[in-house]
Design a protein around this ligand. Structure first.
Ligand SMILES: Nc1ncnc2c1ncn2[C@@H]1O[C@H](COP(=O)(O)OP(=O)(O)OP(=O)(O)O)[C@@H](O)[C@H]1O
Ligand SMILES: [Mg+2]
Length: 134
């Protein structure tokens, strides 16, 4: 797997979500994704960035352009040093929220991408990674 391009954006305040959406869109366009796929990538990135801010207390978003030999894709990694997710299976359920949200951010994002993974340790933080292939 080659990483062709790499960019990191700090997530500190809700205004950063605008930047997340702009940068995710620009990357998806540059990689040649269809308009529908661009919107999927932007929507997933903005939900996960909101989680990094709201639940994780801030962190970073890292984008990587991938080439696995036959396909190009984009990987987006969200990392924070917040409280962690005690029960990932529960957090992934539609409608599960601890902060009065809709509880659709994680489950909805997962449906918009090809690969989705969460690593989380109590008290240490959370890393969510998504990949969308062309
Ligand atoms: N980065 C994170 N750090 C800690 N907990 C998280 C993180 N991301 C998600 N969670 C937990 O998982 C739950 C579900 O997240 P999800 O994004 O699906 O819903 P939500 O953020 O509560 O509501 P919304 O529908 O507005 O996104 C959250 O309520 C929270 O408890
Ligand atoms: Mg959310």
């Amino acid at each position: 797997m080659d990483v062709l391009k790499d960019e990191t954006l700090e997530l500190r305040a809700t205004e950063d979500i605008v930047r997340v959406r702009q940068i995710a869109r620009a990357w998806a366009v540059a990689l040649g994704f269809s308009l529908v796929d661009q919107t999927k990538i932007v929507t997933a990135a903005s939900e996960l960035a909101r989680n990094t801010l709201i639940h994780g207390g801030g962190g970073e978003m890292r984008l990587q352009a991938l080439n696995d030999g036959s396909r190009r894709g984009v990987k987006v990694i969200f990392a924070d040093r917040g409280p962690g997710i005690p029960n990932i299976e529960l957090a992934m359920k539609d409608g599960y929220t601890t902060r009065g949200g809709l509880g659709l951010g994680l489950s909805g994002s997962k449906r918009l991408v090809n690969e989705f993974s969460i690593e989380s340790q109590s008290g240490k933080g959370t890393t969510v990674s998504i990949v969308r292939w062309k």
